[in-house]
Design a protein. Structure first.
Length: 491
């Protein structure tokens, strides 16, 4: 083969390889590093959301689906790019050329072709539109899964705050029962109270310690669940910052999840100063400063926002468009395809160079009419099915939003009542405690007052937690960004 022709052949091959590898070079072949938590860090809800968005492998899968959809769009657009072909050949002839002697001759050849789509009556255009909508669907699917994972984090964040406050309550309850036990023990030793009061005081103290252990266990489980939603392994001790809607100030320090060093609380206290009034241990009402922020949307406003911003609804709406464009592609199979062709061939035979150019137009079609007819019918049904799914999703959103909105408003009404009940039961405990100290009431009345106060605190925390969960569900159903997050944070 002539050196010049071989060089041309190499250039054509290199050009084709560069075109085929252009997209591959842009894809990262290494997974991103996971975000971690520093020792004794104080995390806001926005910090936890950012960690979860970065670390969640499910979101990475949806992001890759989005990337694949964009590559599919690029592939469909490439139909308008010319198709380049190249070939090179070499043959050697052995035989008699003059009837008497054998000889050999070389026959090199090089060919280059160029084919360009001119018009296919909208088939490629409809395919491009279909892939454009597929990109939109993949993007909305990624954002919808991001919302789902973020609200999972938010729910577990509130669970940790509620569990932490419950540990605080149960810890104070243990201290209250320890003081009460010391007082009853002193009364018993002086013969003022019977042994049954002492036994009951010991039993109530043990019961309060069991509840404290259960509360600490629930707190650790809540932290584990939050770590799970953030996909943080070997998380160190850290502390969560209260939110605007869950600002109960619990002072319980972070708990080491895997620690086996526990304080032995099984024994009764050896001695406590000033145990005359056991209720004095809880004179500080650490829940009294709670303020519930106002939710700034009506139900109708939330539903309008949901119809506009709910990603899963937008996925279904865009699926309708995808099915319509897919139907166009099927219908246009009846249309022919017009292409332009350009080719160059070089041959060398018997020392004679043969160069040829070819330019042509081709109009071509091929289809099975009966098969295409049934494919069109299926395409129409798929459009109707997609529309029904989108309509049903809009109705489901309405009823879900209505349910969560009613729950949120009811808990809003309960919170101030539960706060008042905490104060009332605290006052009742102080009165019962004082009456028992001076011998005007029995132990049953005192323990009933103590149990009511402790239950009122737990129920108050539970009501605040339920309000925040209902509010979170309203925000999720409406597609409102969580605290500290904006829609562009998902990009």
């Amino acid at each position: 083969m002539a050196p010049v022709k071989l060089k041309i052949f190499k250039i054509v091959l290199l050009f084709m390889l560069l075109l085929s590898g252009n997209c591959v070079f842009a894809i990262k072949d290494r997974p991103q590093e996971l975000m971690t938590i520093e020792e004794n860090a104080k995390l806001s809800i926005a910090d936890c959301l950012n960690i979860a968005l970065h670390n969640n492998p499910t979101l990475q899968k949806y992001k890759y689906n989005w990337m694949i959809a964009r590559q599919d769009l690029s592939i469909s657009k490439s139909a308008y790019f010319p198709t380049i072909g190249a070939e090179a050949g070499f043959s050697k002839f052995y035989g008699r050329t003059d009837g008497y002697s054998y000889s050999s001759k070389d026959f090199p050849s090089v060919g280059v072709t160029l084919q360009e789509l001119i018009w296919d009556f909208g088939k490629t255009f409809a395919d491009i539109n279909m892939n454009k909508f597929n990109v939109i669907v993949a993007k909305y699917a990624f954002e919808d899964m991001s919302w789902v994972k973020m609200y999972d984090v938010k729910v577990n964040y509130y669970k940790v705050l509620a569990a932490k406050a419950t540990v605080e309550v149960e810890g104070f309850n243990v201290k209250l029962n320890e003081r009460n036990y010391q007082r009853v023990k002193a009364y018993f030793e002086e013969g003022i109270r019977s042994r049954i009061d002492l036994v009951n005081a010991e039993a109530n103290l043990s019961d309060s310690k069991v509840k404290l252990i259960e509360a600490e266990k629930a707190y650790k489980e809540a932290v584990v669940a939050l770590n799970n939603t953030m996909y943080v392994m070997n998380a160190p001790d850290y502390e969560l910052i209260e939110t605007d809607s869950f600002n109960i100030s619990a002072m319980t320090p972070p708990t080491n999840l895997l620690s086996t060093n526990y304080n032995d609380i099984s024994d009764n206290p050896s001695g406590i100063d000033d145990a005359l009034l056991a209720s004095s241990v809880q004179q500080t009402d650490y829940m009294g400063g709670y303020k519930m922020p106002e939710f700034g949307y009506t139900f109708d406003e939330c539903y309008d926002l949901a119809l506009q911003y709910r990603c899963d609804l937008q996925v279904l709406k865009q699926t309708v468009n995808v099915m319509k464009e897919s139907l166009k592609v099927i219908k246009r199979q009846y249309m022919p395809k017009l292409t332009g062709n350009l080719s160059y061939d070089y041959d060398r035979v018997n020392s004679i160079n043969d160069n040829s150019f070819y330019i042509g137009l081709n109009l071509k079609t091929s289809l099975n009419p009966l098969k295409t007819k049934h494919e069109i019918d299926i395409g129409k049904i798929k459009v109707l099915r997609a529309q029904v799914e989108a309509d049903n999703k809009a109705k489901d959103i309405y009823f879900d939003l209505q349910k969560y909105f009613v729950q949120m408003r009811e808990y809003e009404r309960q919170i101030p009542i539960m706060a008042a009940k905490v104060k009332q039961t605290m006052e009742n405990l102080e009165l019962a405690d004082g009456r028992y100290a001076v011998g005007l009431s029995d132990y049953i009345e005192l323990q009933d007052a103590r149990a009511k106060y402790n239950n009122a605190q737990i129920n108050y925390i539970l009501t605040v937690f339920n309000y925040n969960i209902a509010k979170t569900k309203v925000e999720q159903t409406t597609a409102l960004p969580p605290n500290g997050m904006e829609p562009e944070d998902l990009k």
